[in-house]
Each structure stands twice: as C-alpha cells, then as structure tokens.
Ligand binder design. Sequence first.
Ligand SMILES: [Ca+2]
Length: 180
Amino acid sequence: MKFMTGDYWCVNSKSFMTAPIIAMEKRMSLDHAAEYNHAGILVKPPADPEKDWGTTYEALRTIGHFHLRQYEGCKIIIARHTGMTPEKFQKGYKEVLRWNNYAYPAWRLLLYSIGLAKYLHGIGIPICSELVAEHCFHSDLSVADGYGWTPDALADKFKQYRCYDVVFEGELTKENLFFL
Ligand SMILES: [Ca+2]
C-alpha cells in the first residue's frame, strides 16, 4: 500500500479562498513561495478507485471526516513522518478528535494576516494546518504545539525536513493514486 493511515497532506483546493490564503502565505513564508491553501490528515488510505479514495480528518466549514476524492483534479502533496506508527497515529488522533464537529474558526485567518495566529487562539479551535500540526504534536513527533502553522509551512517542512518522506506530489487523479 502506497499510502498509510497517519499520512499528512496539503492541497490547492481551488476554492474561492485559495487565492487570498496563498497570497497571505507568500507574505509569511521565508521562501516567499506558496502553492497549497489547505491541509489534513489521512485517517483511512485510498483503497478503491471507484469509491471515496480514503477518509480524511480535516477542518472545512466544520472539523470532521471527509473523503480525499473531493480534491480530484487538485494539486496535492502527501507526506509521511518517518516515525509514524499505528500507535502514534492513534495517540494523536484521540487528542484531535476533541475538535470533531466544531465550526471552522474563520476569524483566525484575520489573525494570520496580521501575524498573531501563533499567540492568540482563544479556546484553541485549530485551523486546517494547525489540526495537522497538533496531531503531529500529540503523536510525539513534533515539539511544536501546532498553533501558527500554515498549509504552506507544512508543505515546506514535508519537503525539507529529513524526518518526512514525500509519498506523492502532483495532480490528484485516479491514475496517479492507484495505478502509478
Ligand atoms: Ca513557502
């Protein structure tokens, strides 16, 4: 199996929010480049080309479980922490499940735009990429608690840190997922 439970992904979801988020990420990123506006966790890997392509846990309008196929045709990067195990995944998953069904804290995007997201997080509802980073933290695979991470910062980390393997980067298509 190419993909595993506990893989993380970032996507350019081509939504109406994609362009403003990416513009903001470019301003925040040390490399002044960004191409991904959303991120999530792979809970169940893609198994059937004719079905949903696997289950995600991610922060959309609400935080919850969705399916990877919703990003068909979008550019995606899927990466794996070299230390990820089923036990570590479960440990982190149990923690981030406390956000299940919470509404997306859209107001925090404003904090990102003024550079305060790392410091102001109220009761703590994470945005999409913070949910991923928080999972990583509770899986004992990161020392950062997760707040302040953008999808671009995650993608840069996946590509540059030796503790991550990029399992796939490219257009999310049936051919690429199942037949490459
Ligand atoms: Ca960047």
